[in-house]
Design a binder for this molecule. Structure first.
Ligand code: ADP
Ligand code: MG
Length: 579
């Protein structure tokens, strides 16, 4: 059995009890439906023709028996529909949780190449059909098998030649079904890919709706969306064409069985080789015989549909996170804040021979509590250096240590707890001010949150918001100004209180006034911590203890602002060109 199948079946394990009960009820339902025509045959055959003394009473009793059987079938059907579906739904729930948890483990490198809409589509659309497949699949298979075999046996007991006649088309049906199944599987998969594209397009367009409107790009967006939607329709068209052929042909063949049996049976009655009551029973059973075939037809469709979703789920689950904790990873605690880069080479592709490295053989030493600025022109790799310290990406070569401990030897969680990052583009979550600041430390008390907000110079503007700390800030904090968002993100880091800080162009997008306020907050935050500042405006880093000038060749110059100006090198040129 392939690993995929083992994985598929493994989701049954926690719900075995419910599932087995579901199967038992399905078994009982199938069996009762086989018994009822037998009773009818008994009435029309034995009771009526053999002249029972009190035929009416016997018929009444048998009627009551049949009612009781229907009652049993009712109970079984209710149970199957309710409990059976719930078993399927719980399994789908597990799959969803697993996929979302898996997403949380994957690293920056994975997300660099993925589209959010498509990832969402895998969680929502792709797993949609799986509930049905998980419980209806085995249930339908069993009910159909019992009905098919049971009715076949009974048909043979009634009349062998007629039973064989009913059996003739079955092999053709099987061949036909398996050929079309393969085609349908492909179209189902294509449908899923196309709907994922639609979701991606929609997510992108709606997230950027403000840009869309400012560029009056609505028509273009609608056009692009329609394109994707058309493609989806096209693949649905193929899909439905196959389904239509499939259903029509199979229904036709089952109808053909009934019609042929009726005609040939009547002819046999004329030749006295069959009785009327046997023909009635036979026709009742032919229905019992063709119904499971129809069910199997539906099942194959459901199966292809559900499996195509599961396959896309499985593909994703198989992607291993490229950055994982070492098996013997320790907790990194009580950090002083010395950071060392030792001969570090990095490229985003992760393949140093093919891609250009962002930097090669970089050496860097920052001692505990130092306030260091990193400057260099845009695209030289400043942000990249900062992403390596919390291990968002793995260097191709070399080591990074904190207080002498290699960062690959500690858990990612404990490492990242020691580092606070304030970036130019702030990401805030939909929710309230309070929730967003608390993201830095979820167990913090309200007083601690207020304290952090005060130190980030955010308290005043928060109090002016309509609901203070409980104000909803909109998706990505859209209801706040740039400076306000930045101050919330600083408050978040204050609350986290990490020994190492990274400010990556934290004030670049702000006007002069907000910049001053935020500069104050940042400097307050930086006290007694190792701080790495990247600044676009060199005026903001003049009081750094040390300035590192990064170029394509690595660290080109270093020193204080005055020292570097005197050198009249790269920094001096940069300073004079910008200021
Ligand atoms: P900066 O010094 O302006 O912060 P970055 O560190 O952001 O520069 O980028 C360094 C180089 O790496 C740039 O050439 C950029 O195009 C590239 N780069 C940045 N992020 C990624 C990424 N996620 N995937 C691939 N390339 C990237
Ligand atoms: Mg940058």
């Amino acid at each position: 059995m392939s690993a995929k199948w083992r994985k598929f079946l493994s989701y049954y394990r926690p719900y075995m009890k419910g599932f087995i009960a579901d199967m038992c009820f399905a078994l009982v339902a199938a069996a009762t439906s086989l018994v009822i025509p037998l009773i009818i045959r008994y009435i029309t055959g034995t009771v009526l023709t053999e002249g029972f003394a009190n035929a009416n009473q016997t018929i009444l009793y048998l009627f009551l028996l049949m009612l009781a059987l229907l009652g049993v079938e009712f109970g079984c059907n209710y149970f199957i529909a309710y409990v059976g579906h719930m078993v399927g739904a719980r399994m789908e729930y597990d799959l969803r949780n697993e996929l979302f948890t898996h997403y949380q483990k994957l690293s920056f490198r994975f997300y660099d190449d993925q589209k959010v809409g498509s990832l969402m589509s895998r969680v929502t659309n792709d797993l949609f059909e799986i509930t049905e497949l998980y419980h209806h699949g085995p249930e339908d298979l069993m009910i159909s098998a019992i009905k098919l075999l049971g009715s076949l046996v009974i048909l043979c007991m009634i009349n062998v030649p007629l039973a064989l006649l009913a059996l003739v088309p079955v092999p053709f049906m099987i061949v036909f079904a398996s050929v079309l199944n393969r085609k349908m599987k492909r179209t189902f998969k294509k449908n899923r890919e196309r709907i994922a594209e639609i979701n991606t397009r929609m997510e992108d367009s709606l997230s950027g709706i403000r840009v869309v409107k400012s560029f009056t790009g609505e028509d273009m967006e609608i056009h692009k969306f329609t394109e994707g939607n058309d493609l989806f329709l096209l693949s649905k068209k193929d899909n439905y064409r196959y389904m239509a052929i499939y259903h029509a042909v199979l229904w036709c063949i089952t109808g053909l069985i009934t019609v042929t049996v009726a005609a040939v049976g009547s002819w046999m009655i004329g030749r006295n080789s069959l009785t009327l009551q046997d023909l009635i029973a036979f026709l009742l059973y032919v229905n019992n015989f063709t119904e499971p075939i129809r069910k199997l037809v539906n099942f194959t469709e459901q199966f292809q549909n559900g499996m195509s979703g599961f396959e896309r789920f499985y593909e994703m689950i198989c992607i291993e996170p490229d950055i994982e904790d070492a098996p013997d990873a320790k907790e990194l605690s009580s950090v002083k804040g010395t950071i060392d880069f030792d001969n570090v080479t990095f490229s985003y592709g992760g393949n140093p021979t093919r891609e250009a490295n962002v930097f090669s053989h970089l050496n860097l030493h920052i001692h505990a509590g130092e306030y260091v600025a990193l400057v260099g022109h845009s695209g030289v790799g400043k942000t990249t250096i900062c992403s390596l310290i919390p291990r968002f990406y793995e260097p191709n070569e070399g080591h990074i240590t904190i207080d002498g401990t290699d960062i690959t030897s500690v858990t990612q969680k404990s490492l990242r707890r020691q580092i606070g990052i304030v970036q130019q583009d702030v990401y805030l979550f939909a929710g309230t001010v309070l929730e967003n600041i608390r993201y830095g430390r979820p167990e913090a008390s309200f007083e601690e949150v207020v304290e952090a907000a005060k130190r980030a110079n955010a308290h005043e503007f928060i109090m002016e918001l309509p609901n203070g700390y409980d104000t909803d800030i909109g998706q990505r904090g859209i209801k706040l100004s740039g400076g306000q968002k930045q101050r919330l993100s600083i408050a978040r880091v204050f609350l986290k209180n990490p020994p190492i800080l990274i400010f990556d162009e934290a004030t670049s997008s702000l006007d002069n006034e907000s910049e001053k306020v935020i500069q104050d907050s940042l400097e307050d935050l930086a006290k007694d911590r190792t701080t790495l500042v990247i600044a676009h405006r060199l005026s903001t880093i003049q009081n750094a203890e040390r300035i590192l000038v990064l170029s394509e060749n690595g660290i080109e110059e270093e020193g204080t602002h005055e020292e570097l100006l005197q050198k009249e090198g790269v920094y001096a040129r940069l300073y004079h060109s910008v200021e």
